[in-house]
Design a protein around this ligand. Structure first.
Ligand SMILES: Cc1cc2nc3c(=O)[nH]c(=O)nc-3n(C[C@H](O)[C@H](O)[C@H](O)COP(=O)(O)OP(=O)(O)OC[C@H]3O[C@@H](n4cnc5c(N)ncnc54)[C@H](O)[C@@H]3O)c2cc1C
Length: 449
């Protein structure tokens, strides 16, 4: 016998928890299914910057109100309490692999002197965020089932039934797919067939104490390269809100058979121009991530399943985008039930919202060029980055982050033409290729779900 609900939500990350909280508040009978035993223990890497405070993202202008301790989404029209710790950060510094130069996105001293008014954003605790959402959902009667791994989906007589690896069944008028970047539901619904696959990203991360980067309240971003493959290895060193010298340190990039990101992270810490930052550092916890890169889902609905958050976006929707779509999906279901239209027409508001705010608001191919840019190789990247000697404006929007750097490099074209025509030829060859061609080796070594 399956248990029956108005909404069965699969996945209790930011998208699923927000959907559950709203659906519960709206009076729906809700089941929230999560395969982990503990919803608030975080194993997947997340830098937990409040993304994005400095400009619009997904058509929203979100920010953290530290006086009232609320995360505010004024365009979508909601805010949620956030009681955990937070820490301002002020710039993003992109280091060449020899550690001799960094491109400064934002002026650290000027921004830091302004305090909260000069910050790029805050880092915060994802654990505290999830805890708050979970306790609101539970207070509103949501039935939470942890240790519940969804492996199947059936549709029969107007009801969806999800089936778990543990042999349980949960039926609902609507299902919300909030099962993250490697979504099982997207696969079961065959929705990935409508998307283009661009490869698999992998990474390893440490939570560390005793780290002393050059700029403590900044995103420090050494750009290393894997020696055998030449692939770019991105390293992020980001301040944690829990302690002055506590940092999240990640390494990540495309899948390549001989590339182990934990080894690359250890190389950065132990034997690189950046090792000085880690002289007295200690690893407290380890994280990891594997993320398939798909073009966004053009349609966030099939067979009464609504797609939210990372499940339908290109790489990460960020916690903010995931919460927004979870909230919108839950409201749409509530409206559909009240209007006695438990079907696609009933949730049309959500479909229109998704199309406008997700695939319609950003061209995912711009993000892919961020990934493919490093493929020109270590020598070319180091040379080009060293040409940028002015302080550039910063953005946390990954779609715009590298535009300012590219624009500064473009200004140096006459000098590059004179000194390194070989690099211009390389850039022109890459620039003339469709992004699928630029990324063909990454696509080949990825593993689509
Ligand atoms: C290195 C790195 C850095 C990042 N930094 C930031 C940052 O600074 N700021 C930011 O906002 N975002 C950041 N992100 C992205 C952010 O973590 C995600 O976008 C966000 O967590 C997505 O939320 P979600 O609810 O859509 O999916 P998830 O958080 O992935 O939640 C999905 C949930 O579904 C569960 N699940 C999956 N499959 C099943 C199944 N079959 N049955 C039951 N449950 C299932 C999972 O266990 C998980 O709990 C980062 C990500 C990475 C990898």
């Amino acid at each position: 016998m399956s248990e029956q609900f108005d909404a069965v939500i699969v996945g209790a990350g930011p998208a699923g928890l927000m959907a559950a909280k709203i659906a519960g508040e709206n009076g729906l009978k809700v089941a929230l299914l999560e395969r982990k035993e503990s919803i608030t223990s975080i194993q997947r890497s997340c830098a937990t910057m409040f993304a994005i405070e400095d400009e619009s993202y997904f058509g929203e202008r979100m920010y953290f109100n530290e006086e009232q301790k609320r995360l505010v989404f004024p365009v979508t029209g909601f805010s949620i309490p956030y009681e955990g710790p937070y820490r301002n950060f002020y710039t993003w510094n992109v280091y060449t692999s020899d550690g001799k130069h960094s491109i400064k996105l934002g002026d650290y001293d000027v921004n830091q002197a302004k305090g909260s008014k000069g910050r790029l954003s805050v880092t915060y605790s994802k654990q505290a965020l999830l805890k708050g959402l979970l306790s609101d959902a539970e207070a509103n009667g949501v039935n939470v089932f942890t240790g519940t791994n969804v492996v199947g989906l059936k549709r029969d007589s107007g009801l969806n039934t999800v089936i778990t690896a543990e042999g349980r069944k949960f039926s609902g008028t609507f299902t919300i797919a909030a099962d993250g970047i490697n979504s099982r539901l997207m696969k079961l619904l065959d929705l990935n067939k409508e998307r283009i696959f661009y490869g698999t990203l992998q990474g390893a991360g440490y939570y560390m104490t005793g780290v002393v980067p050059e700029y403590p309240e900044a995103i420090n971003f050494p750009q290393l390269f894997h020696k055998p493959s030449g692939y770019p290895v991105m390293i992020w060193v980001e301040p944690s809100p829990y302690g002055e010298d506590e940092y999240w340190v990640y390494s990540g990039g495309p899948t390549y058979p001989d590339l182990n990101y934990k080894d690359e992270l250890d190389r950065c810490i132990q034997d690189s121009p950046f090792s000085g930052w880690f002289k007295n550092a200690e690893i407290i916890r380890e994280h990891g991530h594997v993320a398939n890169i798909w073009s966004p889902s053009p349609m966030p609905f099939k067979d009464n399943v609504l797609i939210t958050g990372d499940a339908g976006w290109t790489v990460e929707a960020e916690c903010t985008g995931s919460m927004m779509s979870g909230l919108k999906a839950a409201h749409a279901i509530s409206e559909a039930m009240r209007n006695n239209k438990p079907n696609k027409e009933g949730v049309q508001n959500y479909i229109s919202w998704w199309k406008k705010h997700f695939p319609g608001s950003m061209d995912y191919r711009e993000f892919l060029t961020v990934l493919s840019g490093g493929l020109v190789g270590e020598d070319a990247v180091t040379y080009l980055h060293k040409l940028v000697d002015e302080i550039l404006p910063c953005s946390l929007n990954p779609y715009n982050l590298f535009n300012n750097m590219n624009a500064a490099i473009m200004k140096k074209m006459p000098q590059i033409q004179k000194e390194r025509p070989d690099i211009i030829a390389k850039m022109q060859a890459m620039g003339g290729m469709p992004v699928e061609e630029q990324m063909k080796d990454i696509i080949k070594s990825g593993f689509p779900n």
